[in-house]
Design a protein around this ligand. Structure first.
Ligand SMILES: Nc1ncnc2c1ncn2[C@@H]1O[C@H](COP(=O)(O)OP(=O)(O)OP(=O)(O)O)[C@@H](O)[C@H]1O
Ligand SMILES: [Mg+2]
Length: 304
């Protein structure tokens, strides 16, 4: 079992506008935990810092400060190639994340070989077929030799999920895994991720714009606004009893077939008036300061 403790993560990007250099704080003192068998949803609008957090977790970016501490049950730190094996990402775009020149088999066989999960060609082939069946890509024998362009978007995303799990992932970071898919197949892919999570007891960070699926597929929700967590707690509590002004706006702007006018309700909002210096925590039932170093990790409420 693998546990993830994210503490006081900060990411600053340097951006150049003409001759001036400025600093953009994309992530501002974000802390949370991921535990096996549970899903944490990270919700927030475009540019709020969600993918930056995902990239830091998967070591594609380095944090400016703060730590991502990944440990096994017995306290052994997970590092190096074990980290790359255990912490895997599913990207938003299934069209860009697979190499058009390689077969589906190649995409899944490669991590198996790199991480030495299989040792002979026959064993690798057999495991590829098993992985394809696990993600409901059947008959696996006919899917394996195909190229990505011969699959639908939903099928490609299933390949991406199989590829992430192939090396023996324990922690899955799914960055808007269904937002580029047709609405009709989104639920199928999310249900698949839910089943795999239960079977493998994965710790999942599910990044999304969509409050409805966040509630349905996650145990805890973190609401991110301009790099800071402004509300956090069990999913039902955050959705049914939102406290922060921003969470209420998000909830109000979610499409609701009963109330057509709701969709436009949030459009006229003055965004600068939204205060991201405070965070409501449903576990402590208290307002806390956001964007400042947190109390020591042990003082934080445990996820679960
Ligand atoms: N490499 C980079 N250099 C400079 N700025 C960056 C870089 N990557 C991200 N940013 C900025 O950091 C902020 C957060 O970006 P991020 O991609 O994390 O947002 P997001 O919440 O994932 O948005 P979306 O929902 O559109 O994917 C944005 O303002 C973005 O422009
Ligand atoms: Mg993003």
């Amino acid at each position: 079992m693998t546990l993830v403790h994210v503490t006081d993560l900060v990411k600053d990007y340097r951006i150049r506008t003409g001759l001036r250099r400025t600093r953009l704080r994309a992530v501002d003192h974000v802390s949370f935990d991921l535990v096996p068998g549970r899903t944490v949803a990270l919700v927030g609008e475009s540019g709020s810092g969600k993918s930056t957090i995902a990239k830091i977790l998967t070591r594609m970016e380095k944090p400016t400060s703060g730590t991502v501490d990944v440990r096994l049950d017995d306290g052994t730190p997970v590092q190096g190639s074990l980290y790359r094996r255990q912490v895997q990402m599913v990207f938003q775009d299934p069209f860009a994340s697979l190499n058009p020149f390689h077969s589906i088999e190649h995409h899944i066989a490669r991590p198996l070989r790199i991480h030495q999960r299989t040792h002979t060609a026959a064993e690798t082939h057999q495991r590829v077929l098993e992985m394809l069946e696990r993600v409901n890509l059947t008959p696996a024998e006919t899917i394996a030799p195909r190229r990505p362009h011969e699959l639908s978007g939903g099928q490609r995303q299933r390949v991406a999920i199989a590829r992430a799990l192939a090396p023996g992932a324990q922690v899955l970071v799914a960055d808007e895994p269904v937002s580029m898919l047709d609405v009709s197949i989104r639920l199928g892919v999310l249900n698949l991720m839910g089943r795999l999570q239960r079977e493998d007891r994965l710790a999942v960070l599910y990044i999304t714009h969509d409050l409805a699926t966040a509630r349905h597929f996650s145990d805890e929700i973190l609401v991110l606004y301009r790099g800071r967590i402004v509300e956090r707690g069990p999913s039902d509590a955050v959705i049914l009893d939102p406290h922060h002004h921003y969470t209420r706006l998000l909830a109000r702007s979610a499409p609701d077939p009963e109330r057509r006018d709701r969709v436009t309700a949030a459009v006229t909002v003055d965004r600068d008036a939204i205060d991201n210096s405070v965070c409501y925590d449903h576990r402590t039932r208290r307002w806390e300061q956001a964007g400042v170093p947190s109390a020591t990790a042990t003082d934080r409420p445990a996820v679960g």
